[in-house]
Ligand binder design. Structure first.
Ligand SMILES: [Zn+2]
Length: 213
């Protein structure tokens, strides 16, 4: 038994079934879908509604079950492989930009949880022969937690708060994919897209694990 299994709980993040971290029935609740938001013009995709097993996986992952990162990474990679089958929105290599975490939240969680998931996504893509890079190019500062805010309060809360970190972006002009755990109003994703666009990084797709209905 791997050491990790001895020290970490090994139950399904979606339904608490034993001896697995993400059981086949929970995995079957995910499938790639297009998401529409009035705030977003970038093609946006999610794998599941923010409900049921997928929502519980996100919450457990953010609540310190870091060992779930490979599961998120694998799901996101499978979605990108599906997108590549049709008309891949990227040119050659895949560049992933993880959505930023507020620094306080990131510190509590031991680092940006979407960066960790994106690294696993890139690793999974590499195993499928796709070259992928992770550019932790975004930071978010000075915002209150958005829980409980209305749509307009949320947008105001984010205005100007998301910015690009120097020296961390993909090469200028490189099409990038923004990855996140959940799309709600789309305000956060829109702020990320705007910040990257200003830095000459066109976001060609947004891929979230879940999206609110
Ligand atoms: Zn399950």
């Amino acid at each position: 038994m791997p050491l990790l299994d001895l020290i970490l709980p090994r139950t399904c993040a979606g339904c608490e079934a034993p001896n697995t971290r993400w059981c086949p029935p929970c995995a079957r609740t995910t499938s790639l879908r297009s998401i529409e938001r009035s705030t977003l013009t970038t093609p946006t995709y999610a794998l599941a509604p923010y409900a049921g097993p997928a929502r519980r996986l996100v919450l457990h992952y953010k609540d310190n079950r870091r060992e779930l990162a490979p599961i998120l990474g694998k799901c996101l990679a499978q979605a990108l492989i599906r997108l590549a089958e049709d008309a891949p929105p990227w040119a050659e290599d895949v560049w992933l930009v993880p959505a930023p975490s507020r620094s306080v939240a990131a510190a509590r969680r031991g680092g940006n949880h979407m960066l960790r998931a994106a690294v696993h996504t890139a690793g999974e893509l590499a195993r499928h022969g796709m070259t992928a890079h992770v550019a932790p190019a975004l930071r978010v500062a000075g915002t209150r937690d958005s829980v409980g805010l209305t749509r307009s309060q949320r947008a105001a809360n984010l205005r100007g708060a998301v910015s690009v970190k120097r020296g961390t972006t993909p090469p200028p002009g490189t099409p990038a994919i923004l990855v996140d755990d959940v799309v709600t109003t789309g305000a956060t994703a829109a702020a990320c897209v705007r910040a990257l666009d200003k830095a000459d990084i066109p976001v060609v797709a947004i891929l979230a694990f879940t999206a609110t209905v």
